[in-house]
Design a protein around this ligand. Structure first.
Ligand SMILES: Nc1ncnc2c1ncn2[C@@H]1O[C@H](COP(=O)(O)OP(=O)(O)OP(=O)(O)O)[C@@H](O)[C@H]1O
Ligand SMILES: [Mg+2]
Length: 231
């Protein structure tokens, strides 16, 4: 069964003169075990697409199935439990809690979702992979953009979600760290059979993904990795 399936998804922001058709007739499928990049020009609808899959935005029309379940049919409470359990979201802004240290960001996850989070050894490994060990007692505003981004990546992975959605997760990282982060995403997808979708403008990272989905003017299609339009 597909991990994610979108059928004829449309998103219209605003009404009347201020109406923006951000997505039109999006059809998309992703399987467990796949690492997929989402590319396309600025304003083409990439973040809107990811937020709809993540349940942060409702589509204007169309159907969204996650793991075969119709997201639109769930109650608000079922939706938030489902999100907590199944989805890890790394947003374009890092969305760390400003008054909590790095360590406390993870403890907060434990409080909201006490079970099913990464076992200690796996968490330690993730922190080592992302070089977070020295940062545990810092507050977000004491971290560089790249450090905040690495914490946000670890925090999204800590609840061990089946699907990881990342909006330009490597934008604030230098080339070497961006590549290391792609290796982590790839390992998670291939070894743990998870689905990872990531928006990127960085053409150097495309070689790490299994498939590339391109969105232009709100319309999307899978394109060959060599035939992408990156802006
Ligand atoms: N909350 C909103 N209200 C109204 N219009 C919006 C809103 N969010 C996005 N849009 C519009 O929808 C379109 C798609 O925006 P979106 O953020 O999905 O693009 P994007 O591909 O992620 O761009 P970027 O690469 O710059 O992040 C744009 O025209 C944008 O102006
Ligand atoms: Mg965006």
């Amino acid at each position: 069964m597909e991990a994610i399936q979108l059928t004829n998804i449309e998103k219209i922001y605003g009404r009347g003169l201020s109406e923006t058709r951000a997505l039109q007739g999006i059809n998309f499928k992703a399987n467990p075990g796949e690492l997929i990049s989402i590319t396309g020009p600025s304003g083409s609808g990439k973040s809107t697409f990811l937020k709809i899959i993540g349940g942060i935005l409702s589509p204007t029309n169309g159907q969204l199935l996650i793991d075969g379940q119709n997201y639109g049919d769930m109650s608000k409470r079922q939706q938030s439990l489902f999100r907590l359990d199944q989805l890890g979201f790394i947003l374009q802004s890092y969305n760390l809690v400003p008054y909590l240290t790095v360590k406390e960001q993870f403890e907060l996850v434990d409080r909201v979702k006490p079970t099913g989070n990464l076992p200690n050894a796996a968490f330690k490994q993730l922190c080592a992979d992302l070089s977070l060990d020295q940062l545990m007692n810092q507050y977000p505003d004491q971290l560089s953009g790249g450090q905040q981004q690495r914490v946000a990546i670890a925090r999204a992975m800590y609840p061990n979600p089946q699907i990881i959605l990342a909006d330009e997760p490597t934008a604030a990282l230098d080339g070497q760290r961006a590549v290391q982060t792609m290796e982590i995403f790839k390992r998670i997808a291939h070894q743990q059979n998870k689905t990872v979708l990531l928006i990127t403008h960085d053409s150097r990272l495309i070689k790490y993904v299994d498939r590339n989905y391109q969105i232009v003017d709100g319309q999307g299609k899978f394109v060959s990795k060599d035939d992408r339009q990156l802006v």
